[in-house]
Design a protein around this ligand. Structure first.
Ligand code: KIV
Ligand code: NA
Length: 265
């Protein structure tokens, strides 16, 4: 595929080709992710935690998301770029939701937006879609509602919540979303949802029965080390490697090893 579009992703699902997605929040990392052959970059509101050090995703603003997204967009040649609408920019009414989505599209150059929630935000999703902006849904453990849940444990283990999630997924497909993220729910439920809709379902902590996977880049590279959910596979231990490199530099400066004769003019 030359350039990934929302249509490419739906084609991938129908062919049974899995979709790879990672977060990125800046130019340099996005360039690496795009060049490595990832299909979708998510400019996640997890930037609130990863980039800014907040405890939750709630504080990040629309202006800050636009800054991250525009940096990512400047780096990409192939990836589809999806941008999270942050907390408080789409929940009060559909017009506000559309205004926020338009700002993201115009000011960052991203290709689609992602919103957390089901039937509560149906009208907002429809309004954004009517403006020609592709929407990705997000169900299950939706971190913008963490104070309602009270914990980051697995969602939809009980029948009632599972039933609502299945209804919400069908609603998102019917409304016209091009894909759905399912976060931290039982694998069997996620598989059932993925089989019930024709749009791709991308999982994080949602098992192997879905159409693609997403992880937070800094987590899978092992740059962060305090977050250890079962679903997180670490492909590197960058926390240790970076710490070693940086302390080596510090000691080279102290010992006058750096710079050497070849490293000066
Ligand atoms: O913000 C984020 O990183 C996300 C993914 C975990 C799906 O929404
Ligand atoms: Na998010």
């Amino acid at each position: 595929y030359k350039r990934i579009t929302v249509k490419t992703l739906v084609d991938m699902k129908s062919k049974g080709e899995k979709i790879s997605m990672l977060t990125a929040y800046d130019y340099t990392m996005a360039k690496i992710v795009d060049g490595a052959g990832i299909d979708v970059i998510l400019v996640g509101d997890s930037a609130s935690n990863v980039m800014a050090g907040h405890e939750t995703t709630l504080p990040i603003t629309l202006d800050q998301m636009i800054y991250h997204a525009s940096s990512v967009v400047r780096a990409i040649n192939r990836c589809l770029v999806v941008v999270d609408l942050p907390f408080g920019t789409y929940q009060s009414d559909p017009k506000e939701a559309l205004r926020s989505a338009i700002r993201i599209m115009k000011e960052s150059g991203g290709h689609a937006v992602k919103l957390e929630g089901g039937k509560e935000i149906k009208e907002s999703i429809k309004r954004i879609l009517n403006a020609g902006i592709p929407v990705m849904g997000h169900l299950g453990l939706t971190p913008q509602s963490i104070y309602k849940f009270g914990t980051y444990t697995v969602r939809a283990k009980e029948e009632e919540e599972a039933k609502q999630l299945k209804e919400d997924a069908l609603m998102l497909e019917k409304a016209g979303c091009f894909a759905i993220v399912l976060e931290k729910i039982p694998a069997a439920l996620a598989k059932e949802v993925a089989e019930s809709v024709s749009i791709p379902v991308i999982g994080i902590g949602a098992g192997d029965g879905v159409d693609g996977q997403v992880l937070v880049l800094h987590d899978m590279l092992g740059m962060t080390h305090e977050f250890n959910p079962r679903f997180l596979r670490r492909y590197m231990n960058l926390f240790e490697e970076m710490t070693d490199a940086i302390s080596q530099y510090a000691s080279d400066v102290k010992s006058l090893d750096f710079p050497n004769d070849n490293e000066q003019y």
